[in-house]
Design a protein around this ligand. Structure first.
Ligand SMILES: [Zn+2]
Length: 156
């Protein structure tokens, strides 16, 4: 995994505010894609063979990655999106910009229902960029994927 690249991205400071380079490409997105693809290789997906990588960009430009981690009981399996979010939360991050999710299929692979609920809880209407190993396959916002969320507003 290209940790040094991720660190240098975080330390770039002013580059975070304007992530497009001279060619108009979103260079930060490229870094997120690379990070998601790299962490995907760490997936523990012995049962499904379905390896997923996620890269979460925090408000301060930090990139926090996660991969899916399966368990022989199946039910204890946790998705890449939630691993990334929980890692970020445990590191003290509370504001998020977007998440890239990389999975192998040609078709877009959006987050499962449990991940949508967790991402909504901690990141609100987060942008989700879907990709496979060749490139981007779709863009969504969690508010679109989870149109009527159960959240703290209902507990008052
Ligand atoms: Zn999930």
């Amino acid at each position: 995994m290209s940790d040094s690249r991720i660190e240098s991205h975080r330390d770039r400071g002013s580059g975070i505010g304007d992530p497009t380079n001279a060619a108009g490409r979103d260079s930060t997105l490229d870094v997120l894609m690379d990070a998601a693809r790299a962490v995907r290789e760490h997936a523990h997906a012995d049962y499904s063979g379905f390896k997923v990588g996620a890269a979460l960009e925090t408000a301060d430009g930090t990139i926090v990655t996660g991969c899916n981690i399966e368990n022989a009981t199946y039910g204890l399996t946790i998705c890449a999106e939630r691993v990334a979010m929980f890692k970020a939360l445990s590191d003290g991050h509370r504001q998020f910009r977007r998440m890239v999710v990389v999975a192998p299929p040609e078709a877009p692979t959006p987050p499962c229902g449990a991940c949508r609920q967790v991402l909504w809880e901690f990141a609100g209407d987060l942008e989700i960029i879907l990709a496979n190993l060749n490139g981007e396959t779709g863009r969504h916002r969690i508010g679109e994927l989870l149109p009527q969320p159960f959240d703290r507003r209902l507990l008052k």
